[in-house]
Write a protein that binds this ligand. Sequence first.
Ligand SMILES: [Zn+2]
Length: 242
Amino acid sequence: MIAVIKTIKLSGLLFIFLMIAAVLSAAVFLLFAENYGFLPLFTFTNSEMPLLVIDPGHGGADGGAVSLTGTYESEINLEIALKMAALCQLCGTDFIMTRDSEDISYPESAKSIASKKKYDQKQRVELINSTANAVLISIHQNCYPHASPHGPQSFYSVNDASSNLSVLIQNSMNFSLCPENRRIATPVDKSVYLFKNITCPAALIECGFISNPEESKLLDKDSYRLKIAMALTCAYLQYLDE
Ligand SMILES: [Zn+2]
């Protein structure tokens, strides 16, 4: 039995390793393609497979939290999401995005930041709920009053598919970003509007703490953002495989 468990653990790690190798190759191509500007980033679908919805948290009038280095969370979320989209495109994986820029258009009636945020969240809920076979990965950054907490954290909607996805993401991020991280996938807070109003498999990812000095600096780096995008993409490919 122990041998069987070890084999399962090893094959899981081997899968993550192979996925990282595959996505790393794609990432090298991506960096090359980005430098030479021939890789268009847009919605990409080609089958009736599950459709990944990449959701860069916040945006528009809602910048989210601000990092110790002065970067808005919305900007970090978007950069990771765009890299993830490019990796999915290279891997031939279906996806759509809830936003692909920092600009969001609001109706005249939405005057305050709160009403703009409410309008935007409703639009995202509508998009996700009207997407057949949607699987949501919502990208955020964590913030805490004290500087010491660090490390990625994955949250999930309360259903089996969501917790499977969230556990794979947590394992992938711990393996490739923060091996000493002891955080485990956890149910998302019931007050999160987006997650309260959708039923598809869904994970909310806090990629790191922008309130931690070291992690805040890392999250400003393009290479670290690519590493996060790779960890998320690997986990999603493993989710599709399972
Ligand atoms: Zn956030």
